[in-house]
Design a protein around this ligand. Structure first.
Ligand code: ADP
Ligand code: 5GP
Length: 194
């Protein structure tokens, strides 16, 4: 029977996680990307149920209190969390599930899914990170500053992860992630000791 697996992708906002993932999912449609719940407002073009499930703080807090979230954290003034049921369902079916989450959530997953493969994406420099955040042109100045303010602490934690990938050249970064995912030497990463 196929063995499910959990893969965590973390890195500072603007480093290119979403860009890398879009490319990765195109190349490997068998990967299942978890859609998070957030209290952040949708950016232009974002659709409820596609990039995120958008909700308000009261509903989010209720979900967390009900144990409906696998992990959750507050980031730059908003809540973000991973719905538990779809992830557990996909892993039970033997699928590979990808979580694109920030540092605090990744730390929670380390406790609950110790065998998850955890990948940290690094920018070539803080200067380049700021350029990318600004170049994306989708966040307010306040949001950009909050994200940059958090970036250094996140980058300092990169060594907590199994693998660090510098997203300088996009194709090279994708190749490194693929090598980590599909190298035969790695054991499957299910929950607990399973
Ligand atoms: P994140 O999901 O980590 O917040 P995004 O995927 O939204 O980041 O990327 C932020 C910006 O950086 C986007 O404008 C994207 O096109 C750009 N970008 C991503 N990867 C690279 C790269 N390797 N080189 C240059 N620009 C990149
Ligand atoms: P953004 O607002 O740019 O979409 O996301 C901000 C940060 O929240 C990013 O670092 C992203 O990885 C993280 N994030 C997205 N979904 C989740 C989630 O479900 N849980 C946690 N802990 N972080 C998330």
């Amino acid at each position: 029977m196929a063995t499910g697996r959990l893969i965590v992708l973390t890195g500072p906002s603007g480093v290119g996680k979403g860009t890398l993932l879009r490319s990765l999912l195109k190349r490997h449609p068998e990967l299942y990307l978890s859609i998070s719940v957030t209290t952040r407002s949708p950016r232009p073009g974002e659709v409820d149920g596609q990039q995120y499930y958008f909700t308000d703080r009261a509903a989010f807090e209720q979900m967390a209190a009900n144990g409906e979230l696998l992990e959750w954290a507050e980031f730059a003034g908003n809540y973000y969390g991973t719905p538990r049921q779809p992830v557990e369902h996909q892993i039970q079916r033997g699928n590979w599930v990808v979580l694109e989450i920030e540092l605090e959530g990744a730390r929670q997953i380390r406790q609950t899914f110790p065998k998850a493969l955890r990948i940290f994406i690094l920018p070539p420099s803080l200067f380049e990170l700021e350029q990318r955040l600004r170049g994306r042109g989708q966040d307010s100045e306040e949001a950009i500053l909050r994200r940059l303010g958090r970036a250094k602490a996140e980058i300092d934690a990169a060594n907590e992860f199994d693998i660090q990938v510098i997203n300088d050249d996009l194709n090279r970064a994708i190749a490194q992630i693929e090598a980590a995912l599909f190298s035969t030497s790695r054991v499957p990463c299910g929950q607990g000791n399973s």
